[in-house]
Design a protein. Structure first.
Length: 315
């Protein structure tokens, strides 16, 4: 199902902290995928800028990995540089009624911290199991909350340096932004409001309970798989999960990959699997929904590496 295994292009000398031929299985919640040609865990802004400059000069594609909760890694790996933000990029701090976070901080950790600070507005983040940077890139939303609505600014780093941008400059749309490949969300600030800690705690618990009731937890899962069709945004009449369920996609299985019985828009693994299995399952579901409803579902999954989509992918 994948496009062969191109030979790694050797680039020397390597910057400090860059490793070669590194397994990426641990970087995704699915625990599948091949190796990265180059991999580095980056702890501060200077190291990040230097590394992005090196990758550009070396003509290496760049992949950024956060929590890996919505990530499908090719079985053949990634022919470029994979970056994971650590160190300073995982910091979470309060500045008045704002919370400033590194791009590598986990959004549930941000939401949890605001309980103790008595700051409300990002409770929905408890149910978005991604990093701050990845969530901003996707304009993540959950249970009525949307990241763009509380974002004050984001610092975007690329090979040219760092630039602070407002939400209006980030081109936010439904589960999308204008942040490009080779650009990394290094830091962000969220504008929140004061509230009693017990009120914030109660709101977080309510959102967490909604997730427990509606989504699979504690298993190998890909997270939300397809975007909701445009006509369903804000109403839910034709949300992707409903289209998948009503067209019988929860009955589909490829190897050990299947759609969750609990939530039809989540793929889960029930044993050893491959990215090719998942790609085949996505294609079968896309075909079935199109045949049943005439709707072309678009994937929400982030792909790292080359996936040779099955012939039925093109409707």
């Amino acid at each position: 199902m994948s496009k062969g295994n191109p030979v790694r292009r050797v680039v020397e000398p390597l910057p400090d902290g860059v490793a070669t031929d590194v397994s990426m299985r641990r970087l995704s919640t699915l625990r599948i995928g091949g190796p990265a040609d180059y991999y580095s865990e980056v702890a501060d802004a200077k190291q990040l800028a230097d590394l992005l400059g090196w990758a550009q000069k070396s003509q290496l594609p760049i992949g950024v990995v956060g929590s890996g909760s919505n990530l499908l890694i090719s079985d053949e790996g990634f022919r470029g540089l994979v970056i994971k933000l650590t160190g300073d990029f995982t910091a979470i701090e309060r500045r008045g009624n704002s919370v400033v976070c590194g791009g590598g901080a986990r959004l549930p950790a941000v939401a949890t911290r605001t309980i103790h600070w008595g700051l409300a507005g990002i409770e929905f983040g408890i149910n978005i199991p991604g990093s701050v940077g990845g969530s901003i890139r996707m304009n993540a939303n959950a249970f009525g909350g949307e990241l763009a609505s509380v974002l004050e600014w984001a610092e975007i780093c690329d090979a040219e340096g760092m630039e602070r941008k407002t939400p209006a400059e980030l081109g936010f749309g439904y589960r999308s932004s204008s942040i490009e490949s080779g650009q990394v969300v290094a830091r962000a600030s969220f504008a929140l409001r004061e509230s009693a800690p017990e009120a914030v705690d109660a709101a977080v618990k309510e959102v967490r309970a909604q997730r427990r009731e509606s989504q699979p937890l504690g298993i190998q899962t890909l997270g939300s798989t397809f975007r909701n069709p445009d006509e369903s945004i804000g109403r839910g009449e034709k949300a992707a999960a409903r289209l998948l369920a009503e067209s019988g996609c929860q009955e589909l299985r490829v190897g050990n990959a299947r759609f969750s019985p609990q939530h039809a828009n989540f793929i889960q693994l029930e044993g050893p699997s491959t990215a090719a299995d998942v790609a085949q399952l996505l294609a079968l579901a896309r075909q079935r929904v199109h045949q049943e409803f005439g709707v072309e579902l678009e994937p929400e999954v982030q792909v790292l590496g080359e996936i040779d989509w099955p012939g039925g992918w093109q409707l």
